[in-house]
Design a protein around this ligand. Structure first.
Ligand code: CU
Length: 130
């Protein structure tokens, strides 16, 4: 009987270890693919609670890096939508104050997209993907 309990205890430990494995793999696994920032990557600048760059371009059909420079102390981000109705969001950038982030935007099909700051919906711009 004692031996059976010991075996069960071992089995429980093994199961617990197995259950933990996927979580560890996620933490230590391969990082999310990053996209190189090339000369043609769009750059969006915010200053004075408005986008200084209201028309940016990006390549169609492949993930791209978008550099967002927030020169305000106010928090901003860049969110991309299929159009100005903002009913369909295709990308939501991190909101931050005074700094720069390189957003990794997933591949978009060719077309004209609408972007805005989620904190200040009056800050808007156009992204042309071609
Ligand atoms: Cu803003």
């Amino acid at each position: 009987m004692k031996r059976l309990i010991a075996t069960l205890a071992l089995a429980t430990v093994a199961l617990a270890a197995a259950a933990c494995a996927p979580a560890n793999a996620e933490t230590n696994g391969t990082p999310a693919p990053t996209v190189a920032v090339d000369a043609n990557s769009p750059v969006v600048v915010a200053q004075g609670i408005q986008f200084q760059t209201k028309d940016v371009k990006a390549p169609a059909g492949k993930a791209f890096a978008m550099t967002f420079r927030n020169q305000d102390t106010a928090p901003h981000n860049v969110s991309i939508f299929t159009d100005s109705s903002t009913s369909k969001r295709v990308f939501e950038g991190e909101i931050f104050s005074q700094g720069e982030r390189v957003y990794q935007v997933p591949a978009l099909t060719a077309g004209t997209y609408f972007f805005r700051c989620d904190v200040h919906p009056d800050m808007t711009g156009t992204l042309t993907v071609e």
